[in-house]
Design a protein around this ligand. Structure first.
Ligand code: FAD
Length: 289
């Protein structure tokens, strides 16, 4: 399918991703992954009280690159009540639908199934509202995936930190690590029952913190990370979550700990008080400054 409309080119263009992810050494997504797909929900359920897992399935996933668990993707949302044919036409010729950024959690190539985990927050934005209503037969657009965050696991010690929005990238990264990896993972979740069963290497110590109201700034991750015994040797990070938390941690890692940027994946996934489009604008301005 040839796609030439300007709004789709915007979705294809990953410059921010490239700038933020200096460890992303994988080749750019293939041409097929640049074409928005019209995906169909196979099932959707509460993985934990504040996380909905949506499994997409069907032939529209044929040709999707495998091994991109943890990579970004764009979810393009139909307008409430919009029928499939009208949405398919909009994907082809615009205008650009409401779009949000998510993470490929699992892709089962042989079954043509993909999971995306949606952290649930209130008041719900359009992506959260869509996920809450998702069930078999519902549809959305999908663009991506981009490259994975850590493509080479070369550290003596790993630091992983995530809130609910970044649990998918953190979990995928931990599951892809060599089984003899050592380090620390810290997760900030909304309630105790949001703990997930992640296949973490035995040498990674996992800590769960409860932060019931994500709209209030949290210093728990920063306090915890500052208090760690930092070993010598090469360190790699996979850290993402609310922008204020990330800003403080970025300063700590780069300025105080002098970790090289090419070893630190650290990214703001959302910002208190801003919808994603506003947050992306702020990130672009920050990147230029
Ligand atoms: C690279 C990348 C990968 C991401 N992967 C995932 C993923 O796999 N799963 C996931 O759940 N999220 C992920 N996110 C975060 C997700 O894109 C944002 O949370 C997005 O704002 C959700 O869209 P929305 O339509 O629900 O809310 P918006 O319309 O964007 O925002 C509505 C309101 O909700 C607030 N808000 C947004 N996100 C949250 C949150 N997580 N908790 C509390 N309040 C929030 C906003 O500040 C705003 O006030 C990712 C973000 C990036 C940049």
């Amino acid at each position: 399918m040839t796609v030439a409309t300007p709004f789709l080119r915007i979705l294809e263009d990953p410059p921010l991703v490239r700038m933020e992810h200096p460890m992303a050494l994988a080749p750019p997504p293939d041409a097929k992954s640049r074409t928005p797909r019209l995906l169909t929900v196979k099932r959707a359920w509460r993985l934990t009280p504040n996380m909905i897992r949506v499994t997409f399935g069907g032939p529209e996933l044929a040709g999707m690159p495998a091994g991109r668990e943890g990579a970004n993707c764009k979810i393009l949302l139909p307008a409430p009540g919009q029928d499939r044919a009208a949405f398919a036409a909009q994907l082809q010729s615009g205008p650009r639908p409401v779009t949000r950024t998510y993470t490929v959690r699992h892709f089962r190539e042989n079954d043509l199934e993909m999971d995306i985990d949606f952290a649930i927050h209130e008041p719900a934005g359009p992506a959260t509202a869509w996920a809450k209503a998702a069930g078999p037969g519902r549809f959305c657009g999908f663009s991506g995936p981009g490259p994975t965050k850590l493509t080479q696991y070369v550290a003596d010690w790993y630091l992983v930190a995530a809130d609910m929005s970044a649990l998918p990238v953190a979990a995928a990264t931990l599951e892809a690590m060599p089984r003899d990896a050592k380090g620390v993972a810290i997760f900030e979740i909304t309630e105790e029952a949001d703990r997930q069963n992640i296949q973490v290497p035995p040498g990674i110590a996992v800590h769960w913190h409860i932060h019931p109201n994500p709209h209030r700034p949290s210093v728990a991750q920063e306090t915890f990370i500052r208090g760690l015994d930092w070993p010598s040797g090469r360190i790699q990070t996979c850290i993402a979550g609310e922008s204020g938390v990330i800003q403080a941690l970025r300063t700590f890692l780069h300025k105080e700990k002098a970790l090289p940027r090419e070893d630190t994946y650290i990214s703001g996934y959302w910002k208190i008080g801003l919808i994603e489009d506003e947050h992306q604008k702020v990130k672009r301005l920050d990147a230029k400054a």
